[in-house]
Design a protein around this ligand. Sequence first.
Ligand code: PLP
Length: 359
Amino acid sequence: MDFKHIPHPAPVPGETRAEAIADPGFGKIFTDHMVVIDYDADKGGWHSAKLCAREPIALDPAAAVLHYAQEIFEGMKAYHHPDGSLGLFRPEQNARRFNASARRMAMPELPEELFLDSIKLLVGVDGGWTPTIDGGALYLRPFMFASEAFLGVRPARQYKYILIASPVGGYFKGGAKPVKIWVSRNYTRAAPGGTGAAKTGGNYAASLVPQSEGIENGCDQVVFLDAVEKKWIEELGGMNLFFVFDDGTVITPPLTGTILPGITRDSLVHLLREEGLNVREEPYSIDQWRADAVKGNLIETMACGTAAVVTPVGSVVGPDGEFSIGSGGTGQITHKLREKLVGIQTGAVADPNNWVVKL
Ligand SMILES: *Cc1c(COP(=O)(O)O)cnc(C)c1O
């Protein structure tokens, strides 16, 4: 499919842009352009692909997404490489997962090639927005929503795919500082048969009240337990978890449909195995977590995702009070793994699995 290219009539001047990306924060500033592709089931599917100025979109107040939340998204980053190019990390995985989410939300799939073309196109025109600061990247946010004006409850017949980009620094203030985790007892994130494995906005909407509860209790993030037994650790609101033991075993909760299959998670499983660690994808309970941390055989816990990369969990506030993980600081394996993953993503270390796609 050809993209109609409509350049921005008044892009942000270079100087202003340089100032903005010197300390961008996370998700607060945006680049000059966006990609839009429309879908109409009655007009043969995807059509009218364009690269244009980033601007507000006109939406009918009856657009189905505003009523029934038919929406999915992805999150990925373009990184500066030492040779001056920009690189993506496993972008084909995002394309594939976008379509897995689409299927679960009864939305049309976007051909993987079209997804990847849109990414390359936007990074091509707005790559100059990529921060050069340590930990900086151009965060890419592809999303799709039901735009049909119709209040009946059924899958919409019209959708919009949009891609925007946002220069980012670190996700958490304070960089890779250990985070404090709140165990949500009153709320769950996803139930068996639900939408937990789809990257859809509703999962995030449902996580906001428990997230506020966590913040009121002095925590940074929330860990969700399974909805059936309220016993098994699932994930944070937007990050997967790994538990590291003193005998070289690492546990991460299995992908049973209630957890988002993170690309960072999958990459860490590979990297940990390459390091000779024994990675097991199996259920791990909240009570065991506490017992193992107190006993000292659980030495590290890390949270991972595209936005925050690899972040150490320093302490946990549960119904029986607080416990810390190891010394409460950043563990050796967490540190080493973060360096390795960031090194691969930024071209500083070898990429034997060919995960990086240079642009
Ligand atoms: C996106 C996301 C993750 C992390 O996935 P990555 O592909 O590693 O960025 C984890 N959990 C949830 C709920 C997510 O939405």
